[in-house]
Design a protein around this ligand. Structure first.
Ligand code: SF4
Length: 380
């Protein structure tokens, strides 16, 4: 994770977190009052998306740290709460939506942790079961080389009994989290894919074997874990490959430690296609059988999605019939075909996940079924 340039917002130049980053990076960086020039330089480089992965801007979050998933009206939502602690990523997946989400994409980390914790404490005090995650606009664990935020959050969630935190990643280093008093309230989760997709489309991420080994280590340290098969990429032979990944997942981790497994098929806003073609010329992921969805995103032709979902749900159930398996951004027809029920028949997806959190993490917050409807659920 090579950072070539560090910029510090003048407003936070003396913040203790900035000093920590400077020390761990071995860089003083440039203090700026206005980041426009820095953004322009990144935008003007030959590969702005790659350059942005080497430029780090430390600033403060001037908006809300806690956000609800934005999503769309058209697909079933998981009711997730985003902790917006940072944005962009040091790894480089061909399908990553963040490449075209930020203009330009630059690594940004918000150092005003005191505001984050204040907001979080307010949410945790309302007695409702919330599921929080930091992995929406970034990978949850890439920042841990420079900051102890993840450890701090794990401890904070251990000290309450209503809500859970999910740290979602494609990395494999979790030794710094293993000895923490987590109380089972943090779920460590991994995005999984086939060896072929990881090798061809996920530059700089941990190999499958290492992700699964890290998950096994997490379980040995007492953490609940979760897995996300997202994005599923359709190619000749993919069903066999994905079944093999399911088998390996259960070889690594027993079902009693798994909070949930999600499945999401590759989907993308049309303007991502040009970025993938420019930055990943060897990649063929944008040339499948796609049709525009109700949310404007390109999605695989529905029968193809349904077939793959159904096969993978059957493979998961063959190992663990009771495990909470859900689909990301799909409608009732797809749910029924893949899983044999619709979320509404189980009280809604949000309730399904809340109940899984109660079972696996021992939390006792009030279930409100919040968040039915929209879901972004795009990253990591
Ligand atoms: S998809 Fe996730 S891991 Fe991959 S580059 Fe984007 S944020 Fe990083």
């Amino acid at each position: 994770m090579l950072i070539e340039a560090l910029y510090v917002d003048a407003e936070v130049a003396s913040h203790p977190e900035v000093q920590t980053f400077r020390r761990r990076l071995g860089m003083t960086g440039t203090t700026v009052s206005d980041p426009a020039e820095m953004f322009a330089a990144v935008r003007g480089s030959a590969d702005p998306e790659a350059r942005g992965k080497r430029v780090l801007y430390l600033t403060r979050n001037r908006g809300a740290f806690v956000k609800r998933c934005p999503g769309t009206r058209h697909y079933t939502c998981c009711g997730y709460r985003i902790l917006h602690v940072a944005s962009y990523c040091t790894m480089d997946c061909a399908y990553c939506i963040l490449q075209s989400y930020f203009h330009p994409p630059v690594l940004q980390y918000f150092v005003n942790r005191e505001d984050l914790m204040g907001e979080l404490d307010g949410c945790l005090a309302d007695g409702v079961l919330h599921r929080f995650g930091t992995g929406e606009f970034t990978d949850s664990l890439i920042w841990d080389a420079w900051t102890d935020l993840s450890s701090d959050l794990v401890r904070r969630f251990a000290g309450q009994a209503t809500s859970i935190l999910e740290l979602k990643t494609k990395t494999a280093r979790i030794d710094h989290l293993e000895g923490l008093p987590h109380g089972g309230r943090t779920i460590l989760s991994w995005s999984l894919n086939t060896e072929r997709v990881i090798r061809n489309e996920e530059r700089g991420t941990a190999p499958l074997e290492q992700r699964l080994r890290a998950a096994a280590e997490a379980v040995a340290a007492g953490y609940p874990v979760a897995f996300h098969f997202d994005p599923l990429i359709i190619y000749a032979g993919c069903e066999t490959d994905y079944r093999r990944v399911v088998d390996r997942m259960f070889d690594a981790v027993g079902p009693e430690s798994i909070a949930w497994v999600s499945l999401g098929a590759f989907r993308f806003m049309p303007d991502l296609k040009a970025t993938v073609e420019r930055r990943f010329p060897h990649s063929s992921i944008v040339y499948g059988e796609f049709v525009p969805g109700l949310d404007g995103k390109m999605r695989y032709f529905k029968p193809l999605r349904m077939q793959l979902f159904r096969a993978l749900c059957a493979a998961i159930r063959a190992h663990a019939p009771q495990i909470c398996t859900y689909l990301c951004m799909e409608d009732d027809e797809v749910w029924r075909h893949a899983l044999g029920f619709t979320p509404a028949e189980r009280g809604g997806l949000s309730r399904m996940l809340d109940e899984a959190a109660m079972r696996r993490c021992g939390v006792r917050g009030r279930i409100e079924g919040q968040g039915e409807g929209p879901c972004a659920g795009e990253c990591a």
